[in-house]
Design a protein. Structure first.
Length: 371
């Protein structure tokens, strides 16, 4: 079965996800602004959900068309083969958004899309009423500049929810963003990772999972697992495949520190739930006392900043301390995600490379020091 997919993502992560999908065996991979398109079969559907580190969710692209009127929206929606996926008793709620389009009322668009899908399914199943008591096929729509995309979500809970983080400290970084920072740092199974402001441990945990090739979704479930269209054997095979690719003998180790004892306690529990506690050591320590215990290492951190935890002046002082403690030495690399345009000035060194990313809605730069 050939399926067209869309992965919506945080701005700046499109290339990482496109490369990841190619590695996973997807076809026709195309990166666009804020999303990645690709195609594959039901095994790729399961594999993308289980194995993607950077995607927000995996959606089936039912179709795209232009709509300037509600009639255009109704007819365009009704023309799509919804019966390929949605059975007679399945639930199919509708949600979405409209930006810079003639059809700006989201609630009206919702109603019309729902009505069009119902009319289509009525003719296919010869019924006038849908109980919607079966598995959920969440229909999502996006209307941008009058271009409608209609999708069915396969993931359910967002893919950044791996299942290990039941608690988080103040202003936690998303798991998908933490994994992206580890990828940008080219983390490997022989590396030593440090996060001297580790909070609830997300960067360290994602680093340990990446270095040991532990699939982020291998221990959680997805909406599409309840669908009758995809045999359970597909999910079983893909989980077995993911587990077979885990690194069994690893030299990776990570060191996390923070000044907040509660955060450290949460971090330890999170690492345990993720199954990576043997790879990470946590201790209570201020960043001004950062003194690594190895000859080489990679430091990745998401320091507090004005819009999250500290005010701007305190954040600037913190960046100065980081510049003093993160010394320019052979064998050391530093990756810091931060929204401040003056970060380099306060840190005391110009970055070897910068990359723009959005941490939630906050525009940030990843400042990279590796020379």
């Amino acid at each position: 079965m050939k399926i067209n997919f869309v992965i919506p993502c945080l701005l700046g992560l499109e290339k990482l996800i496109a490369d990841e999908m190619k590695e996973l065996g997807a076809e026709n991979v195309q990166a666009e602004n804020g999303r990645v398109l690709f195609s594959g079969d039901e095994y790729i559907l399961a594999r993308a959900n289980i194995c993607s580190r950077f995607a927000e969710r995996v959606q089936i692209l039912m179709g795209s068309f232009d709509a300037l009127s509600f009639e255009d929206l109704f007819q365009g929606t009704k023309a799509l083969p919804w019966e390929t996926w949605i059975g007679e008793y399945d639930a199919f709620p509708v949600k979405g958004y409209s930006i810079n389009s003639a059809l700006f009322s989201v609630s009206d668009c919702q109603s019309i899309i729902k009505k069009a899908v119902v009319e289509r399914l009525k003719s296919k199943y010869n019924t006038q009423w849908f109980e919607e008591t079966g598995p959920t096929y969440q229909i999502q729509f996006s209307i941008m500049k009058n271009k409608v995309s209609l999708l069915i979500d396969t993931s359910g809970v967002g893919l950044h929810k791996r299942g290990y983080r039941l608690e988080a400290g103040g202003a936690p970084i998303k798991e998908t963003m933490a994994a992206s920072l580890c990828k940008l740092a080219r983390l490997r199974e022989y590396h030593t990772l440090y996060d001297p402001m580790c909070g609830s441990g997300t960067i360290l945990i994602e680093g340990a999972m990446m270095a040991n090739n532990i699939a982020p979704g291998v221990n959680r479930h997805f909406s599409a697992e309840r669908w009758s269209n995809i045999p359970q054997s597909v999910w079983d095979e893909e989980r077995a495949r993911a587990r077979s690719l885990e690194v069994k003998e690893s030299r990776f180790f990570a060191y996390g520190s923070d000044i907040d004892e509660k955060s450290l306690s949460i971090a330890k529990e999170n690492a345990k739930r993720a199954g990576v506690e043997k790879f990470i050591s946590f201790e209570k320590k201020d960043v001004k006392d950062f003194s690594p215990s190895t000859e080489k290492g990679t430091v990745i951190c998401n320091p507090p900043y004005g819009e999250r935890l500290l005010d701007a002046n305190e954040a600037d002082k913190l960046y100065k301390i980081m510049g003093q403690r993160f010394r320019q030495e052979r064998g050391w690399a530093y990756y810091v995600i931060c929204p401040s345009e003056d970060f380099e000035l306060n840190f005391g060194r110009k970055a070897d490379k910068r990359r723009k990313l959005y941490n939630g809605m906050i525009k940030c730069q990843v400042y990279m020091y590796f020379k």
